[in-house]
Ligand binder design. Structure first.
Ligand code: FAD
Ligand code: NAD
Length: 470
């Protein structure tokens, strides 16, 4: 007889969602979290603290744009210590709330680092210095991710900041080099640039935000360049040197060698799953590349052990971590009940958003993904510099784009670069959830003048009935 039905390793977004779901299904559940603080990445060092800093930056930028609106804001400044203090206050509140959720008593919550002794037994190094061994009928690994430090010569010794450091920074540097151009790199570049830092971005891929459609990435690059950010894409990092307070980065581009220097350097070269000392091999859990191998049922190579969130991927964002974890818990209950009718994860409505200015957001398939799947598709886009509400807002960068299946005209994807992109995309999510065609979408009433009205233009262009919107 096992101590528990379901053991959750990791109490972040995925772990909490799995535990809540498992307990609601009547499974005797335990959550083991080894972090010094309770909350997980999203609350403590990810989504929420970064957006708190970005909110301050966006408001500061708005002061600088006042003249366009006939306003005079003179003598404005910022205090980075107060920006960080506000972030700490908010994060403290969010973390307290998460701790309360973990301590409701619906499942057991234990502070300690867990590792597998075998496929049904866990060793736990408790935070109070003692140890415990527990047995469980099923489990989920939800241990998240850690910052990656690739083997670029000099990077490890360079004293480069990570996103964790930026979230505690009370002095804003005059200039900064950002390595990478994923969401962490660009959101932090936006934060610093908004506060007046001269930012240089060095990116390996030929575009910003590898994986988003090139037209979207190009538009963001134009907008950020217009704001004065220096952007180098298609580069290879050669070495990083530290000389006194300066960091010098040498990189190659188109066969030529370039050097840039600044007093501050941010390593935003990605994250990797947090799997150290988990004893996955003792439980017979396979790792593929750097991630735990998980099937569409979120089962690992051990059918009674599941994985969710950053530790298994493939999309390391919160709503997917939660979706995977809830599905995994429901499937665990089914496995324990002897059923093999398990649910499979569906990424048809997967979302993506980057909180720069302008923002970037996408749902469903990108053009490259549609092409790779052999889907015949059509696209239509519309620019914000020709849309009434965005002109009123002086938001002139960017566009919206719809992607439809060529024959049915069902919407299969969409992208936005522009103001409030992360909110604008949600309308398409709803439409796609109900498998709307472009024509049906175009007929949905839109209040005037609003930003979301902009969707009616590409929707009308792609409508199955050419008279819609004409
Ligand atoms: C700067 C930044 C900004 C981000 N912004 C966004 C955003 O705006 N939107 C978005 O969707 N995503 C964002 N993300 C990504 C998002 O934060 C992650 O995808 C998400 O938090 C992952 O959740 P998780 O549950 O997999 O991992 P985590 O929340 O990291 O949880 C893992 C937990 O496991 C615990 N743990 C680890 N090993 C053990 C062990 N052996 N035993 C017990 N416990 C263990 C840890 O203490 C931790 O609490 C951001 C990430 C970063 C770095
Ligand atoms: N708004 C959001 O939803 C949000 C915000 C921040 C982070 N996140 C998530 O957190 C995770 C981490 O984000 P991230 O931006 O750190 O990672 P990322 O993997 O998205 O980007 C890392 C960047 O580093 C580059 N890179 C990696 N190794 C390199 C090397 N050796 N030389 C040169 N370039 C190299 C990659 O090309 C890429 O541009 C992601 O999964 C992301 O989705 C999401």
């Amino acid at each position: 007889m096992s101590d528990y039905d379901f053991a959750v390793i990791g109490g972040g977004s995925a772990g909490y969602a799995a535990a809540r779901t498992a307990a609601s299904l009547g499974l005797k559940t335990i959550v083991l979290d080894g972090g010094k603080e309770v909350g997980g990445l999203c609350i403590l060092r990810g989504c929420m603290p970064s957006k708190s800093l970005i909110e301050s930056a966006n408001r500061f930028r708005a002061f600088g744009q006042a003249r366009e609106f006939g306003l005079r804001v003179t003598d404005f400044s910022y205090d980075a210590t107060e920006i960080i203090a506000r972030k700490r206050r908010l994060i403290g509140e969010f973390a307290d709330y998460r701790r309360e959720q973990l301590e409701t008593g619906k499942f057991e919550f234990v502070r300690g680092k867990a590792s597998f002794l075998d496929a049904n037994t866990l060793h736990v190094d408790l935070l109070d210095g003692t140890t415990r061994t527990i047995t469980t009928r099923s489990a989920i690994v939800a241990t998240g991710s850690v910052v990656n430090v690739p083997s670029v010569p000099g990077l490890a010794e360079s004293g480069a900041w990570t996103s964790d450091d930026v979230l505690e920074l009370t002095t804003i540097p005059p200039s900064l080099i950002v390595l990478g151009a994923g969401p962490v790199a660009l959101e932090m570049a936006h934060y610093f640039a908004s506060l007046g830092t001269k930012v240089t971005i060095i990116q390996r891929s030929a575009q910003l935000l590898t994986g988003v459609d090139p037209d979207v990435a190009k538009e963001l690059e134009h907008a950020l360049s217009d704001r004065g950010l220096e952007i180098h894409t298609g580069t290879t990092l050669v070495k990083i040197e530290r000389e006194g307070d300066l960091r010098r980065i040498t990189f190659e581009k188109n066969g030529a060698t370039h050097t840039v220097e600044a007093p501050a350097l941010l390593n935003a070269l990605g994250r990797r799953p947090h799997l150290a000392h988990l004893g996955l091999d003792k439980a017979g859990i396979l790792v593929e590349g750097s991630h735990i191998a998980a099937s569409a049922t979120q089962q690992t190579s051990q059918p009674h052990i599941f994985a969710a969130g950053d530790c298994c991927g493939p999309y390391e964002v919160v709503h997917i971590a939660i979706e995977q974890a809830e599905l995994a818990a429901r499937n665990a209950a089914k496995v324990l009940a002897g059923s093999d009718l398990l649910e499979k994860i569906d990424y048809r409505l997967k979302l993506y958003a980057v909180f720069t200015e302008p923002q970037v957001a996408a749902v469903g398939l990108s053009e490259a993904e549609a092409a790779a799947k052999g889907v015949e598709y059509l696209t239509a886009s519309y620019p914000f510099n020709d849309h009434g509400k965005s002109l009123i807002m002086d938001e002139l960068h960017g566009f919206v784009k719809l992607i439809v299946e060529k024959h049915s005209r069902e919407i299969i994807g969409a992208s936005v670069v522009g103001p409030h992109a992360s909110d604008l995309i949600e309308e398409v999510v709803v439409a796609m959830r109900f498998r709307s065609t472009a024509g049906q979408f175009a007929l949905i009433p839109h209040y005037h003048p609003t930003l979301c009205e902009i969707w009616t233009y590409p929707a009308s262009d792609l409508a199955e009935d050419a008279s819609v919107g004409s």
